[in-house]
Design a protein around this ligand. Structure first.
Ligand code: NAP
Length: 323
């Protein structure tokens, strides 16, 4: 089968489309014939900061397709099932998923939509529900709102009934976001973010912040949180790892900081999140209340072009590879 391999280096990203043997699912895994896969920023972040080089590795972490083989301990899925979810080597003709990460496609959902309805939404869910305990009418600020995770957080925040402020470096993207129920859009960098947020919220500050950007805005986030505010760090596109902030604000405002990443999380913890997501969010995707926003759909052999679009920040919504 054909499979894309990626090497990240200081010079940039190098891709190879290789012919490799079809993988064999382990006892708790399934093998699917991939129909569509989605791009996620994390795996394309360039290694210019650490200067580490990786070897070529099969790439792609999210896709949708038809089950063609199941491991001997998999009871909940059968051959022919249409599934979506976190996977290994998703930019391939066939890919492996842990059965516990696979969700059955709601009827009527296209392959392209299904391919991008898992990781960003589960990440946003993790921050808004279990991590951030966001409540109706609370203020949610999403830094880097035009990102895949940011758009998913906007839609889920609105599903809860929160009021949402978003930041972007692009006025054009903020204007597009007005059509997606964004309450306030702020340009970053621009005037003091905290001052603008305090004005919008009548001096209260925001209850929950989703920081997609990184350490460069951490201190500003601490300044604009309300009493008992929560701050979720989901990633870093700014390349900054260190932040200096006024810790007395954390103390007096009783702030909570937490991170969201799948790197150290065990299988069972992930399955628990996927199950909660299935109950709390999947019905809204099935009935069309939540509609993943698709930016562009590329052909299988166009992966490098698709990645260029993402790393140039030209996209608005998810970039899909049709296999
Ligand atoms: N994808 C996931 O499910 C997932 C899961 C866990 C963690 N993460 C992390 O979350 C972050 C977002 O991932 P994604 O896949 O959603 O990203 P994405 O769709 O590629 O969006 C990233 C956005 O960040 C903004 N941006 C880029 N460089 C920036 C900079 N130097 N300063 C300020 N803003 C910048 C751009 O928005 P504007 O052009 O509008 O400014 C860009 O569209 C990444 O750090 C990723 O590793 C993602």
């Amino acid at each position: 089968m054909k499979s894309w391999f990626l090497k990240n280096s200081i010079q940039g990203r190098h891709f190879q489309l290789r012919d490799v043997p079809s993988p064999e699912p382990k006892s708790d895994e399934i093998l699917i014939q991939v129909q569509a896969a989605a791009l996620n920023r994390g795996e394309f972040l360039n290694k210019t900061v650490s200067a580490d080089e990786t070897d070529y590795q099969a790439c792609g972490i999210e896709c949708a397709g038809v089950v063609i083989k199941v491991g001997e301990n998999v009871k909940q899925l059968r051959l022919g099932d249409r599934v979506m979810g976190r996977s290994r080597a998703a930019f391939s003709e066939k890919a492996i998923l842990l059965a516990g990460n696979a969700l059955l496609l709601p009827s009527g959902l296209s392959w392209e939509t299904a391919a991008c309805a898992s990781i960003t939404y589960q990440t946003a869910f993790d921050m808004l529900w279990p991590g951030g305990s966001l409540q109706k009418n609370e203020w949610l600020l999403i830094a880097g709102i035009s990102s895949g995770v940011g758009l998913a957080a906007l839609q889920l925040g609105k599903l809860i009934g929160a009021r949402v402020i978003g930041t972007s470096r692009s006025l054009q993207k903020l204007q597009l976001l007005k059509k997606h129920d964004l309450d306030y859009g702020l340009i970053l960098p621009g005037e003091s973010l905290a001052a603008q947020v305090l004005e919008i919220t009548n001096g209260k500050g925001v209850d929950l912040i989703i920081n997609n950007i990184g350490a460069s805005i951490f201190a500003e986030c601490v300044r604009m949180l309300a009493y008992k505010g929560r701050l979720a760090t989901v990633g870093s596109v700014d390349g900054e790892k260190n932040a200096q902030f006024d810790s007395s604000l954390q103390h007096t405002k009783r702030l909570k900081f937490f991170g969201v990443s799948s790197k150290m999380r065990g299988k069972n913890e992930t399955f628990e999140l996927v199950n909660k997501f299935k109950m709390d969010v999947l019905p809204a995707i099935a009935n069309g209340k939540i509609k993943p926003i698709i930016d562009e759909i590329y052909k299988f052999d166009e992966l490098p072009k698709a990645v260029d679009r993402m790393v140039s920040n030209l996209h608005f919504g998810k970039i899909i590879i049709k296999i």
